[in-house]
Design a protein around this ligand. Structure first.
Ligand SMILES: *Cc1c(COP(=O)(O)O)cnc(C)c1O
Length: 402
C-alpha cells in the first residue's frame, strides 16, 4: 500500500493501521494459550477506533474498558461481544456501573472496598447480580516509565493484596455480588517476562487461599502491559509472547479456570503509523528543525513519556543525512517528535512516517491549539478504508456558544 497515495487521497496528518498486523498479533496470544481456556480482552484505550474493535470482536476477542465511554464504543461496534467485557478503572460512577450491569458485561474489576459497596448497591437496585474480580495491587516492581507503572503500593491502582482475602470473604454474604475472578495489572510497556510471572504467582497464591475459604474463582485476569521495542521493530514477537505466556502459565500451575489477558499496545502499536508532511526546514544557530504538519496534539507520547518513535521518509532522498529536531507547529517547546535525530535530507512537501504509532497515538489526540484531529485509515489486505474522517472546524465549534 503506497503511503504517498494514501496521503494524497486522505490528507495529512494521517493515521494508517494494518488490520492484518493486528490480527496476526491476536493470533500469537491465542495460539500461545491454546492449551487452556482463555479470553484476550483487548485494552480499548490503546486505540478505541470502532473498526478495530469490530475486527477484534469477530476473531473472538473480548475487551478491557476503563470508562462508560469505552463501553459505548463496544456496544456501537460489536454489541454481541458485551459479555466478553471486563470493566477496569479506579473511579467508576454509579451511572457507568448501571449501564454496564444492564448491558451484561462479563465482570467488574473492582479497585477499592468503596467501589465494591457501590457495585452491590447498584446491583440490588437494578436486580442484577454483579460478577466482580478484585483488582489487587501485588506490590511488584516492573521497569518502565514512572507514568505507566501501576503495580506498587505507592500507585493509585488496585486493592492491597493483603486485604483481598478478607474482602472476598465479606462479599460472600451479599447475594447481589458474585466473586467471579481476580485481576492484576502492573503497568505498561514492560519488556521483561519476570514481573508478569511474579504478579501471577502472588495472585495464584491468593486464589489457593480463597479456595480453602470455600471461594472458587472462575478466572484469573493478569492484565496487559507487554511492551514492544520502539528502537527495533523487527524483534521476534512470537517468541516474546511465548515467553510472556510461559512465565504466567508456570506461576498459575494448578489453576483450572479461565485465563484473561488485557493486551493493548502489543496488539496495535506496530500496526499503526502516523504520516505527516514536512512544512518547513529551518535553522536556528547550529540547530536544524524539520517542522511537520503533525504535532503533539496528534501524537503526545514523545512529550508525555519521552517516548522514541522511528521516523523515516516515505521517499528517501539521496545526500548526506543530518542531525535535526523533528517538531510540530504547536506553541510548546515540548512539541517535538525527535531531538538530535539523524535523518536523511528532507525538503518542504516531503512525507515522513512515524512508526509504531498505533497505540496511545490517535487515542490520546486532542484539539490543543484548535487543531482538528487527524483522519484514520484501516488497511485490510490491498484495500484502504477511511475509519475516522478528519475533524472539521465545525466539529470543534459545535459545542460552544458565544
Ligand atoms: C492500560 C491498561 C491495559 C493495557 O496496557 P498495555 O500496556 O497497552 O498492554 C490493560 N489493563 C488495564 C487495567 C489497563 O489500565
Amino acid at each position: 500500500m503506497s503511503l504517498e497515495s494514501l496521503a494524497v487521497r486522505f490528507g495529512t496528518p494521517l493515521y494508517v493501521d494494518s488490520a492484518d498486523h493486528i490480527l496476526e498479533r491476536l493470533g500469537l496470544f491465542q495460539r500461545a494459550l491454546s492449551g487452556r481456556e482463555h479470553l484476550i480482552c483487548y485494552a480499548v484505550k490503546a486505540n478505541p477506533a470502532l473498526a478495530i474493535l469490530k475486527l477484534l470482536a469477530e476473531r473472538g476477542a473480548g475487551f478491557d474498558i476503563v470508562s462508560g465511554g469505552e463501553l459505548e464504543r463496544v456496544l456501537a461496534a460489536a454489541p454481541e461481544a458485551v459479555d466478553r467485557v471486563v470493566f477496569s478503572g479506579v473511579g467508576k460512577t454509579a451511572e457507568e456501573i448501571d449501564r454496564a450491569l444492564a448491558a451484561g458485561i462479563l465482570e467488574f474489576n473492582v479497585e477499592s472496598e468503596a467501589e465494591l459497596e457501590l457495585l452491590a448497591t447498584r446491583a440490588k437496585k437494578l436486580k442484577r447480580r454483579a460478577r466482580f474480580a478484585l483488582r489487587v495491587n501485588p506490590d511488584v516492581f516492573a521497569e518502565t516509565h514512572p507514568y505507566i507503572s501501576t503495580g506498587l503500593h505507592e500507585h493509585k491502582f488496585g486493592i492491597d493484596i493483603r486485604q483481598a482475602r478478607r474482602i472476598y470473604r465479606e462479599a460472600g454474604g451479599n447475594r447481589w455480588l458474585e466473586a467471579h475472578g481476580i485481576s492484576v495489572h502492573i503497568g505498561s510497556q514492560i519488556r521483561a517476562a519476570d514481573p508478569f510471572g511474579a504478579a501471577a504467582a502472588r495472585v495464584s497464591q491468593l486464589v489457593a487461599q480463597l479456595r480453602q475459604d470455600g471461594i472458587a474463582l472462575q478466572s484469573i485476569d493478569v492484565g496487559g502491559g507487554l511492551g514492544i521495542d520502539y528502537h527495533d521493530g523487527r524483534f521476534d514477537a512470537a517468541s516474546i509472547v511465548r515467553e510472556y505466556v510461559g512465565a504466567i502459565e508456570s506461576a498459575l500451575a494448578g489453576f483450572e479456570g479461565r485465563l484473561l489477558l488485557e493486551p493493548g499496545r502489543f496488539l496495535v502499536a506496530q500496526a499503526g503509523a502516523l504520516v505527516t508532511r514536512v512544512l518547513n526546514v529551518k535553522r536556528n544557530g547550529r540547530k536544524t528543525f524539520v517542522i511537520t504538519d503533525a504535532a503533539m496534539n496528534d501524537l503526545i507520547r514523545p512529550a508525555l513519556y519521552q517516548a522514541y518513535h522511528e521516523i523515516v521518509p516515505v521517499r528517501p532522498r539521496a545526500g548526506k543525512s543530518r542531525v535535526v529536531d523533528v517538531v510540530g507547529p504547536v506553541c510548546e517547546t515540548g512539541d517535538f517528535f525527535a531531538r538530535d535525530r539523524r535523518l536523511a535530507p528532507v525538503r518542504p512537501g516531503d512525507l515522513l512516517v512515524l512508526l509504531d504509532a498505533g497505540a496511545y497515538g490517535m487515542a490520546q489526540a486532542s484539539n490543543y491549539n484548535s487543531r482538528p484531529r487527524a483522519a484514520e485509515v484501516l488497511v485490510v489486505g490491498a484495500k484502504a478504508r477511511l475509519i475516522r474522517r478528519r475533524e472539521t472546524m465545525e466539529d470543534l465549534l459545535a459545542t460552544e456558544r458565544v
